[in-house]
Design a binder for this molecule. Sequence first.
Ligand code: FAD
Length: 385
Amino acid sequence: MARSPSLHVAVIGAGIVGAAAAHFLAAAGARVTLLDASGPAAGATGASDGAVSVASKKPGPMMDLARHARAFYGSCEADGLLRGLFHRRSTFLVARTPLEADLVAEHGADLAAAGERVLDVDRPTLLARIPGLGEGVCFALEIPDDGHALGYEITQRLLQRSSVAVRRNAPVSEIVMQGGQAVGVAVRGELLAADAVLVAAGIGSVGLLGLGDILIPRKGQMVVTDRAAAGRPAIDGHLMAASYLAAKRGIVRDNAHIGLVIDPLVTGQFLIGGSREDHRADQATDAVTISAILRDALDLYPPLRERRVLRTFAGVRTASRDGLPIIGPHPHLAGVTVATGFEGDGICLGPFMGASAARMILGEAPGVDLSLLSPQRFAAVEALA
Ligand SMILES: Cc1cc2nc3c(=O)[nH]c(=O)nc-3n(C[C@H](O)[C@H](O)[C@H](O)COP(=O)(O)OP(=O)(O)OC[C@H]3O[C@@H](n4cnc5c(N)ncnc54)[C@H](O)[C@@H]3O)c2cc1C
């Protein structure tokens, strides 16, 4: 990126997206103030799984975008920025009924059409890789090039490796405009002057930009187990049930639906999720949902019965009404750029999207065409007034 020493950017939100944008802006020489109502990774970034997964994406722009974003993780790993934090591992898409098998096969064909490697796995091979897998699994595909990263670790590293000033406990109440141009943000009644503002506030973007018709909160509950192995993933890949694909492809929309994933962490623990509860912005977990997640997980992978549940947690995804992230200049507020709406994909997309937002603010073209994700698309249909 070209150096921009004189520009002062206020970034609202120190989640993975805001932290990445702040990092790459500062690397280009901009002065950055990163503000968070609470602290780094206090939102969805610190209450999520970390699948850096192309396998999980809806076919179309999201699948293509995820391929760029995963490659960006690879290059940040290779250049040292994210070294040791991005772990490559396979995703196994698994079906337990003939109907689910059709869905997995269709999804696999979509992945292959997008250029992704997709491998057939017969049951003996699968059992050798995932001993103890449920008897109900009748069909599986392996997507070998996926990975995993923990959102809070990525956020912390991006901030550590930059000179960005982070202001904690700094809730932005307003973007201050003068003559149609952003001149700063208001925090606890004070104006923090800035030349440009990036809104990367997750679900907090609703209040800041009046996006209540466009963004909805989608709560997800998850379970963390104790270690089944010491210092390495307990199984040789991430298990993604067809029920997860059904939710992502928009086939099922039901707040009681569990889109099951069983994620083996490098600590030897399992992260198991999750629910997809629309219009829920609280972080409470409840026995009905957690027991439904665990029942389904035990059916798919019975060895979990040996595990202790260490904790449960919930996070809030920020979903846009058309299912795509929102990134680009605000159509009516000059000097304001928006980067939100990453739903259940922001750990995968976050570093790449943050770097892309930084480029946009610096007046450069992002690495790939992101015009489909522009906030302009809502202005065109009157919602973003
Ligand atoms: C249960 C669950 C599982 C998930 N699993 C995955 C996964 O496996 N893979 C994946 O890619 N993604 C996953 N996600 C999605 C991912 O966590 C999010 O898409 C991503 O973290 C969004 O990052 P963000 O920076 O946009 O928002 P956030 O992380 O929500 O950050 C926004 C920040 O803005 C701050 N803020 C809000 N309002 C204001 C204000 N007015 N002033 C100042 N600060 C403000 C908040 O305090 C917060 O720190 C999951 C999410 C959940 C909930």
